[in-house]
Design a protein. Sequence first.
Length: 532
Amino acid sequence: MAQYNRGLFHEWVPKPVQLLLILLGLPPYLGVNGVYSGNIMLMSNGLNSITEFFMMANNSSYIGMMVMMPLSFRIKQYFRSKEIVLGSLLLMSFFSMIVYTTDSEPLIIVCTLLIGMVKFSGMLEFLLPVIFIISPQMKREIFYPIFYPIAVVLGLAGVYWASMLAYKYDWRQVYLIYTIYMLCFAALMVIFMHNKRGMKKVPMYQLPWASIILFVVIMMLLNFITSFMKYYDWFHSPVIVYSTIALLVVMAVFVYRQTVLKRPYMKLQVFKKKTVYGSLLLISLMGIFLAGTSVQTTYFVGVLKYSNETIAGLTFLMVPGFIIASAVCYIWLNKLSRKLKELVIMGFVSFLLSYLMMYFLVTPISEISYFVAPNILKGMGMGFLYVALTAYNARNLTMDEMFPAATLFVLFRSFVGTAIFGAVINWGFYKLRVQHGIDLAGAIDPADTLGMMRGGAMRLYGPVQIQALLISAKQMFGFIVIAAIVAIIFVIQHRFEVPSRRFVLFNKRLAGHDIDGYKIKGATAEVFPTVI
């Protein structure tokens, strides 16, 4: 009879060494990417290309991970853990070296998509032990406040480290160093990981390949539309029009297939759950505040002339805010046993305060220390919403519903919300800058002879652009503050918890309905006063 071992390492490996190896395995899976967000501008300049290609490539990594998420346990049942880990490390190294050597933007996009796909399978092998280490009872209230800071801190640390390396040397060096790290770690896994299966081998038959391809096409079409929307001037271009039509057609085919297949790729019935569609809506709204970072970065570069190193350092200040929020969530849910709704409100209030401060800090000259608090508050907003909405999304779901719901939640959190609202915010910011530039240029006096002798309108071009940027940034931050207020009002009126029986009966009495015969903990319904 075959012997199974659900662990990762040989039995002779000491427990502290196993823990160390798990910690060493997290950085490549949480940090490696085909395109690093902090290096997009440097890549664009280095390859003499537009930034939209690299924005699309950055989103492709999340798409790749979500494509593999519904298939991850099928892969785990077919391959050994050692085969999955070594295969993912070697493939990520291979694709990273392609990005390191190529000058082709489409090839970078494809490699980033594939890195995301192979990364998730290997990541799952290391996340499962971490889950049981953090919470052996699998309590979400304990796991999420501890795991999310680890994952987000390592992810932001990877972006910060990549930005520092690109600033001091070259943006390509990060791929070389990560490749060396992954190959060295793969060598360690050859030594310490066992060759046994963790469960009975299940053939990978009847995989819905057509549905998988349709899902990839849908996500990549949405990725292309949101990334190039501003470049093609929205629906004024036939490229965007035809891409949108293709997106709707393919999406309709995909949804139809999931409803008729016996073994669908993704069970869309989870959309009927209030906790699922409610959490997807709220986590999508978070994309407004994450997308607003592009306005902040443009202000830092265009007006304050901050370097990539300085901007990366300010972005990394979100880490202490995220840790603070996660600690509050842990105490709130486990020690105080309070409600998720209050944590969601805290998250949107944190974003509100962050962008309200940025609204008043948009000036031609600002101290760098002034931007510490807004970034910490932004990190707190992320922390509150990550923990609270993830727990809300998974509430009252069966095991069959858990994975589809988690796939959709991560997809909306990492890609859909940020991409859609990012496209809107970037387009609006661009239009405002153009309009304010025109308005300010119209105020230049052509009769100013002395001004014309000193360079005329061309001499004023730079100050006019800076002033237009300042006005536009302040307006965009104002719009984001209004969006935060609307989100808070929506959360306040949104019902997170199942209403109590007493509350239901009270509403019935308010509506004038008869509630005779109802009982609450042994008491009759007469405990409710008659409402006249």
